[in-house]
Design a protein. Structure first.
Length: 143
């Protein structure tokens, strides 16, 4: 039964996030939050605090001075100059170190292009299900 449990755990872990300390943030949450890091000038202006999920700094929105010339503009982090800033008006807890950590891991520590993430994980999920079914099939035919 130990083998069964670890295989099922593999599939489940990939539906959520990779490490247990980030279990509170699902892929869906992290993808939704990412929408709020670009073309968000009005939202940043409504925010008290902002967090950067590249360098994981938090700072008052008033500290942002540099913007990417999108329409509306996208904020650049005053600490690291990367456009990975989310304001608290987005509804996300941008001052939570765990949130910034999970976002960093999700968006910067993967090698897969963002656009492919959705289909990649769907494939991975199917693969995990198939391997569990194959394992169960193997069990049934075993003596
Ligand atoms: Zn930063």
């Amino acid at each position: 039964m130990a083998a069964m449990r670890s295989m099922a755990g593999l599939g489940r872990g990939r539906l959520l996030t990779k490490t247990s300390k980030h279990m509170a943030y699902t892929d869906e949450v992290l993808q939704t939050a990412h929408v709020h890091c670009a073309r968000h000038e009005p939202e940043i202006k409504r925010s008290q605090n902002c967090g950067c999920f590249y360098c994981k700094a938090t700072f008052p929105s008033a500290e942002i001075e540099d913007w990417v010339d999108d329409e509306p503009r996208s904020a650049l982090c005053p600490r690291c100059m990367i456009d990975s800033v989310v304001g608290d008006a987005s509804g996300f807890d941008v001052t939570d170190a765990g949130f910034l950590e999970a976002m960093h891991e999700y968006w910067f520590e993967r090698t897969i292009p963002a656009a492919k993430v959705g289909s990649y994980w769907r494939k991975q999920r199917r693969g995990a299900v198939a391997s569990v079914l194959a394992w169960l099939g193997g069990r049934k035919s075993a003596p």
